[in-house]
Design a protein around this ligand. Structure first.
Ligand code: CA
Ligand code: CA
Length: 102
């Protein structure tokens, strides 16, 4: 019963953000996705736009020593579009649920 309520809450939150797709993932997975978004979401609108995504990829290269190719504009754009499943220009928590990228 608790799980059911949590899913309902996540769905309500997603709907409040303007996401029409009902969220069906387990609550802990959803929380993980939300945490991931929060790390990248610098203007705190609960979604990641292209600018934030580019800044995140640049940070990964500069601070985490990731391959510099990761921050190339073409790759940034391609990876963003891949994650932005509904193509609205924002990556939301439900769109990164299945991805597993940290
Ligand atoms: Ca944002
Ligand atoms: Ca989207």
């Amino acid at each position: 019963m608790k799980i059911r309520l949590a899913i309902a809450a996540s769905t309500a939150a997603a709907l409040a953000m303007g996401v029409a797709t009902p969220v069906q993932a387990a609550p802990d997975t959803m929380k993980k996705a939300e945490r991931w978004i929060k790390r990248i979401d610098t203007n705190e609108d609960s979604r990641v736009d292209m600018e934030e995504w580019a800044a995140y990829r640049t940070m990964m290269v500069e601070e985490k020593g990731k391959d510099a190719k990761m921050a190339e504009p073409k790759r940034v754009e391609r990876s963003f579009k891949k994650k932005d499943a509904n193509g609205d220009g924002f990556i939301t928590a439900d769109e990164v649920l299945d991805d597993g990228e940290e």
